[in-house]
Design a protein around this ligand. Structure first.
Ligand code: PSU
Ligand code: MN
Length: 322
């Protein structure tokens, strides 16, 4: 056997070995027997939904995965340890601890090094899930290119991370607070495959449709698993597979109300000078408050549908369902 040309330098004396992922017993057993597992993010719980409803939802989403015959793996970083699969106590902490940070991919290393705790965004979750060997992930809406990008250059790290990570991400499109057409262009540029699930139109998060077309439509979870196998057969670059699953028309936010309150929310964010990681939680909270909770219900309907579909895809991927 030939030796690698470059070997990693040994750790400096006194430094501890790099902390590894803490995969819960339930998730590692499921992975070992190749049972279906669905990764769930924690930012939506800690920063995207109002308390105390967030904890009820976090539990419900895990239950939904189980009911569909898969194992849920909610992901967060607690006291510097990246956790894949949380105990009930840990889930409660994610939902209630206000000091929890919001961790994108780039925040993971400092969080580990400093023993910090935080909820993981799509980029943080997708990275950790893939590192743990998970292949299917459900969220609400992806981050993307913000309106006003020309002046702020605010584009979620979700996009770049998904371009480099082999994980199937089920979402209701990208959050409608964003510049959806620009985000779709970026996904194309970055080479991220997008499938519409039973739709020819890209979903609009709170709304069933964003009005933009998708290039590929699938009708069954088994077809998504077939595309995943084709990704692997092609090999080469790792990138995600985005499965865009619209909220049912009956459960969408009223489009006129959406447009009116979103315009107000964007103006309020501008006045309050919100930026960076605070932007998305600010806008989501504004919408919840000023639609009398209707946007929250649409958001939850979208997430529930995504989690159900992700569990079904995971079943087909694992080969436990025909
Ligand atoms: N989906 C939701 N609610 C949320 C999010 C997604 O229904 O709060 C979170 C995800 O964690 C996503 C993040 O990664 O919002 C995007 O934040 P930013 O725009 O700051 O990258
Ligand atoms: Mn941002």
């Amino acid at each position: 056997m030939t030796q690698p040309a470059h070997r990693p330098a040994p750790p400096p004396p006194g430094s501890s070995p790099s902390p590894s992922l803490a995969v819960s017993d339930e998730v590692s057993e499921a992975l070992a027997r190749r049972a279906p597992v669905v990764a769930l993010e924690s930012t939506i719980i800690a920063h995207g939904l109002p308390r105390p409803r967030n904890l009820v939802v976090a539990r419900e989403l895990e239950e939904t995965v189980r009911a569909a015959g898969a194992v849920p793996a909610t992901i967060a970083v607690l006291d510097g340890v990246p956790r894949i699969g949380l105990t009930e106590e840990q889930l409660e902490r994610v939902a209630s601890d206000r000091s929890l940070r919001k961790l994108g991919f780039r925040d993971l290393a400092p969080a580990l090094a400093t023993g910090s705790s935080g909820a993981t965004t799509v980029s943080g979750t997708a990275f950790l899930a893939a590192r743990a060997g998970l292949r299917v992930f459900a969220t609400g809406g992806l981050g993307g290119v913000h309106r006003e990008w020309v002046s702020t250059q605010d584009e979620s790290a979700d996009l770049g991370l998904l371009a480099r990570t082999r994980i199937t991400t089920v979402c209701a499109g990208v959050k409608s607070i964003l510049d959806v057409p620009a985000t779709l262009e970026r996904l194309e540029t970055l080479g991220v495959t997008v499938l519409g699930y039973r739709t020819a139109e890209f979903p609009g998060f709170y709304l069933t449709s964003s009005g933009r077309p998708v290039d590929w439509t699938v009708r069954e979870a088994s077809e998504v698993a077939a595309v995943m196998r084709a990704q692997d057969a092609l090999g080469g670059l790792d990138s995600a597979l985005v499965v865009a699953n619209p909220v049912p028309v009956a459960e969408q936010l009223d489009p006129a109300l959406h447009d009116r309150v979103l315009a107000e929310a964007l103006a309020a964010a501008d006045r309050a000078d919100v930026s960076g990681q605070a932007t998305t939680p600010f806008l989501l909270a504004y919408l919840t408050e000023h639609t009398g909770g209707a946007s929250l219900e649409a958001n939850l309907a979208a997430v529930r549908g995504n989690v159900r579909l992700a569990a079904e895809i995971a079943g087909h991927w694992a080969g436990t369902v025909a």
